[in-house]
Design a protein around this ligand. Structure first.
Ligand SMILES: *Cc1c(COP(=O)(O)O)cnc(C)c1O
Ligand code: SF4
Length: 346
């Protein structure tokens, strides 16, 4: 068994296993972990310093997951937007293809917590073949985003078969992989994996870091290997109450991502996913964070802040308002409040 597989196997999946290390009462968390799976691998566990810290809150079950009366199991209406199971086709030219039910850690705020890591997510060779078949007969899809679960937890051989099958479909121009492994289990990014991925360009990876404490030497090495294989790396961060809903934390995170060659791509407003209401922040919070970044730091460190519209409307970008109309003139406020006008043309 490979090192990363051994780590995965040594994951904690019962709250009782946390008690010895952190001196907490695990009893109230048992029901939570029964409803939504827990998996904390030894690598991520070692990054947690104390109960309640930003990494703990992402990984450890919370009783509030069971008392959420506001949010919905499938707020993005993904199941209805799937022409075949596990393939979401809602935009004209791209599709989301769920190819694995497992992750290296089960994030408590996961959008797909209704099924990821549970028996309710059924991914087999047959569902993958049905997805490939749909992509083959739907040539308007030119960009396929592999997700799950985490595609990079598939074994090398399986991943190679999948990428080869995708590359046999001529209408697919771009392959994207969404993976949290560079953050939650960076040892999975072996030199062998990077060499394998490199054969299927143009291939992009969007990873997912939420806090500066996740940026470790091991994560940096993983991203270095992927970048050296010519893979452009982006990050899809989720705005999380009490974890990263702070301008300084976000700026630090985005600067540190750039240093490990990851470009902030999206900052997501929390989806209205059942069991995650306690993580949600007011929209104004995200807008204030964007205002604190735009102009104050390089554009490379500024992602697009977006809300994924409930019901399946897709991602809507949210930007602070810098402009108003006065007669024929547009009046702007720049990042530090200075007013400028621009004579518009008809
Ligand atoms: C996010 C998403 C995509 C990709 O969106 P981009 O804005 O191109 O990154 C594609 N399909 C679905 C269903 C998605 O949720
Ligand atoms: S890695 Fe992504 S898919 Fe997996 S549990 Fe976390 S948020 Fe969900």
């Amino acid at each position: 068994m490979k090192h990363w597989q051994q780590l995965l196997q040594a994951s904690l999946s019962h709250p009782e296993e946390l008690a010895a290390r952190f001196k907490i009462d695990p009893a109230p968390l048992v029901a939570v972990a029964a409803a939504y799976p827990m998996r904390i691998n030894p690598y991520y566990l070692n990054l947690i310093r104390r109960p309640g810290d930003p990494l703990w809150c992402q990984a450890v079950p919370d009783v509030r997951e069971l008392t959420d009366r506001i949010c919905q199991p499938d707020p993005l209406n993904e199941e209805q937007l799937s022409p075949v199971p596990n393939l979401v086709h809602k935009y004209p030219d791209r599709a989301l293809f769920l190819v694995n039910d497992q992750c290296a850690m089960y994030c408590r705020f996961c959008t797909r917590k209704r099924k990821v890591g549970t028996k309710r997510m059924i991914i087999t060779s047959d569902t993958i073949k049905a997805g490939l078949d749909y992509l083959g007969r739907t040539p308007e899809i030119r960009d396929v985003l592999l997700s799950g679960g985490d595609p990079l937890l598939l074994e090398d051989e399986k991943l190679q078969w999948l990428l080869e099958s995708l590359r046999r479909i001529p209408s697919i121009e771009i392959i994207r992989i969404g993976s949290r492994v560079p953050c939650t289990l960076p040892m999975r990014i072996t030199t062998r994996l990077a060499a394998l991925l490199k054969r299927y360009h143009p291939l992009y990876i969007n990873t997912h870091f939420n806090h500066p404490d996740e940026i470790t030497p091991a994560a940096a090495l993983a991203c270095q290997r992927l970048a050296a294989a010519g893979i452009p790396l982006g990050c899809q961060t989720v705005l999380l109450r009490g974890i990263n809903d702070d301008p300084l934390i976000m700026k630090t995170l985005f600067h540190q991502l750039l240093r490990i060659r990851v470009r902030p791509y999206y900052l997501f407003q929390g989806d209205m996913t059942k069991g995650t209401d306690h993580f949600r922040t007011p929209i104004e919070k995200g807008l204030a964070i964007m205002r604190s970044l735009i102009g104050h730091t390089s554009g490379l460190a500024v992602p697009t802040f977006a809300v994924d519209a409930p019901g399946g409307g897709g991602k809507i970008p949210l930007t602070p308002n810098y402009v108003r109309q006065m007669g024929d003139e547009l009046v702007f406020n720049n990042y530090c409040g200075m007013t400028c006008t621009y004579g518009n043309v008809k």
